[in-house]
Design a protein around this ligand. Structure first.
Ligand code: HEM
Ligand code: HEM
Length: 149
């Protein structure tokens, strides 16, 4: 497995751990509801998106039978997505207190995380686009029947 696939999966599990912990903390301490955007983004952009990034980088090249368009872009994307989300979370935590640095931190994290997503979309798009397409179904498709299962 490519190192960045493992790194995305580990990042996903780490964000899940942090995200659900903050969720429990918010549930237990209603005043912390102000921090719920940090919770949602650790879970959705952290756990869910990083898991999809990692699995897609491993599986899609195998589905299409071609190498990933750019392994270097995938590695840069890991850094952009994770550094971006870390800044986003810091910004979401600073914002309710009215900290003057909150919005710049939030915006820079958001831009980095967005570039990570654009890099992923581009890399997977190019990987799919260069794959040979089968335009019609072969005539001799053997469909599974109950006795084969
Ligand atoms: C042990 C696990 C979790 C706990 C204890 C938890 C707890 C919470 C709490 C207390 C809120 C704030 C509700 C409010 O007062 O507005 C919340 C919001 C939210 N959580 Fe979680 N959560 C957990 C896991 C997750 C996961 C795994 C996801 C996504 C994959 C998720 C997505 C969300 C979203 C999207 C919101 C915002 C909902 C809205 O906009 O009203 N949570 N969660
Ligand atoms: C570059 C990536 C992203 C940026 C910069 C971003 C930014 C934001 C911001 C600024 C808000 C408003 C928070 C507030 O109420 O103060 C928000 C809300 C929300 N975003 Fe994102 N987001 C990103 C990606 C995503 C993704 C990928 C998902 C889901 C898979 C998501 C789900 C949500 C949800 C459910 C809300 C409403 C609940 C909340 O306020 O936390 N976001 N986002």
């Amino acid at each position: 497995m490519d190192w960045f696939v493992v790194a995305f999966l580990k990042a996903s599990l780490t964000w899940l751990t942090c995200g659900v912990t903050l969720g429990v903390a918010i549930a237990a301490h209603p005043a912390w509801t102000a921090y719920y955007p940090a919770h949602t983004h650790m879970n959705l952009l952290g756990f869910v998106a990083m898991m999809i990034y990692g699995i897609a980088y491993h599986v899609i090249p195998r589905f299409v039978g071609r190498p990933l368009y750019s392994r270097r872009l995938a590695a840069y994307q890991w850094w952009a997505s994770n550094a971006g989300l870390a800044l986003l979370v810091v910004g979401f935590v600073l914002r309710p207190g009215g900290h003057p640095g909150a919005t710049p931190v939030l915006v820079s994290g958001g831009v980095l995380a967005a570039f990570g997503a654009y890099g992923f979309a581009f890399n997977i798009w190019r990987t799919i686009a260069q794959a040979p397409l089968r335009r019609s179904s072969p005539r001799t498709v053997k469909l599974p029947i109950a006795t084969d299962l």
